[in-house]
Design a protein around this ligand. Structure first.
Ligand SMILES: [Zn+2]
Length: 411
């Protein structure tokens, strides 16, 4: 392992930065989130929800477990049980920690009659799901047994699939710009020779052709990955590489003709007849665990301003400016910013500036600034601004944060 990849290992950084940790008594593969890590996660989740809302998704909640019969119906029990937790006996029936949300969303779709006018029906959930990883491969946030997945299912007619897949790729592209990350490659994931996949050659052919067309029209270079498909259909996977060159999938877009059939989903078309919808499964950032692990390694803890656990450190030069500093920090918190005051009890100004080196903004308040209601701003990248009126500095920072960009400042 090179010094650099060791330096950026998300497990080491996660502990050093106070983001997350694990306890053997809680269990392997079951990390918990500390306040700073929870702040990053919350910001990420809110970003995704808002991006989905603007893209026409409606959010639902569904339970993290379900009856064994549900996963038998979906096909998970037959094709995916190696990755599932064993069923629990509960008063004569068996329930399972869910391996995926699709079956729940299929049931919500069919909870009432649907018309073609409701399609595409975009159903999203940030919810828990589970995977029975062996303890030997667990570590940090990348191989976990309980995860929070950013998931969505678009129920649509066959001729809407390409547009929906394109829309999902666009949502993904915008998220990467906001997160300041770039994928290693796009992969068209196809079935392999083993028996893990549902047998429906014509449906596989149709859905693969659709995804190929979407990738080609988007002008995205991609490679094919045999044996990487979901058991119910092919998918576009967006791959990222870590410092050691290990690849993982962050985002995915999948076309599924199988589950709509298994659950008997239908809608009434313009012709008054019953038709089968297609399910487009898509995830913008995958599990928040894996996404945060990737962000920690990618940025070495220096997150884009909107994601930073602490966005602004307010530094009074001496005790005399503490009241001004605390008032400014309160004003910023009121604007929705995560701001903290670090006073002289935490060391010299130089020491406090160094301590806050990962914080995007530092506001220094000395006697001159305190006297006329100003702050001297320093950015994480070393840029400095002469004393600005405090309210103006706060508004400028809040503006950058609200823009969800990866950059620190707007000229
Ligand atoms: Zn799904």
């Amino acid at each position: 392992m090179s010094a650099n990849e060791n330096e950026n290992d998300h497990r080491r950084l996660g502990r050093e930065l106070g983001l997350f940790d694990t306890d053997p008594l809680m269990g392997a593969g079951l990390p918990y989130w500390l306040p700073d890590g929870a702040a990053v996660r919350h910001a990420l989740e809110e970003y995704v929800r808002e991006a989905e809302r603007r893209a026409g998704y409606r959010h639902v909640y569904s339970p993290v477990l379900g009856k064994r019969e549900l996963y038998e119906r979906s096909g998970h029990w037959a094709h995916y049980s190696d990755d599932m937790f064993p069923a629990m006996d509960l008063g004569g029936e068996q329930v399972v920690l869910r391996p995926s949300m699709c079956p729940h969303h299929a049931l919500i779709y069919r909870s009432r009659a649907r018309s073609y006018r409701e399609l595409p029906l975009r159903m999203a959930e940030l919810g828990g799901q589970f995977r029975s990883e062996l303890s030997g491969v667990l570590g940090g946030l990348t191989r976990v047994r309980a995860m929070q997945l950013n998931d969505a299912h678009v129920f649509c007619s066959p001729d809407q699939v390409a547009d929906e897949a394109r829309g999902a790729l666009e949502l993904i592209r915008r998220a990467y710009a906001a997160l300041g990350i770039a994928p290693a490659r796009y992969r068209l994931s196809l079935p392999g020779p083993d028996g893990k996949y549902v047998a429906a050659p014509e449906l596989w052919r149709r859905s693969t052709a659709l995804l190929r067309r979407v990738l080609d029209e988007a002008g995205l270079a991609y490679e094919e990955g045999e044996g990487e498909a979901a058991f119910y259909g092919p998918k576009i996977d967006v791959q990222f590489a870590d410092g050691a060159g290990r690849e993982s999938t962050l985002s995915t877009v999948q076309v599924d003709f199988h589950q709509p059939e298994r659950f008997g989903l239908s809608y009434i078309g313009a012709d008054g007849a019953r038709h089968r919808p297609v399910m487009v499964h898509r995830s913008v950032v995958g599990s928040v665990e894996r996404a945060v692990a990737l962000l920690v390694e990618e940025h070495g803890g220096a997150f884009p301003p909107w994601l930073a656990p602490v966005q602004l450190a307010v530094l009074p030069v001496a005790e005399a400016e503490r009241a001004n500093a605390e008032e400014f920090a309160r004003h910023c918190v009121g604007l929705g910013l995560r701001a903290e005051t670090a006073g002289p009890e935490r060391g010299s100004l130089g020491a406090r500036v160094r301590e806050a080196r990962l914080v995007p903004y530092q506001a220094v308040i000395g006697p001159r600034e305190a006297a006329d209601g100003r702050v001297a701003l320093r950015l994480r990248d070393g840029r400095r601004f002469g004393p600005l009126p405090a309210a103006e500095a706060a508004d400028r920072i809040a503006g950058v944060v609200a823009g969800h960009g990866a950059e620190l400042w707007k000229p």
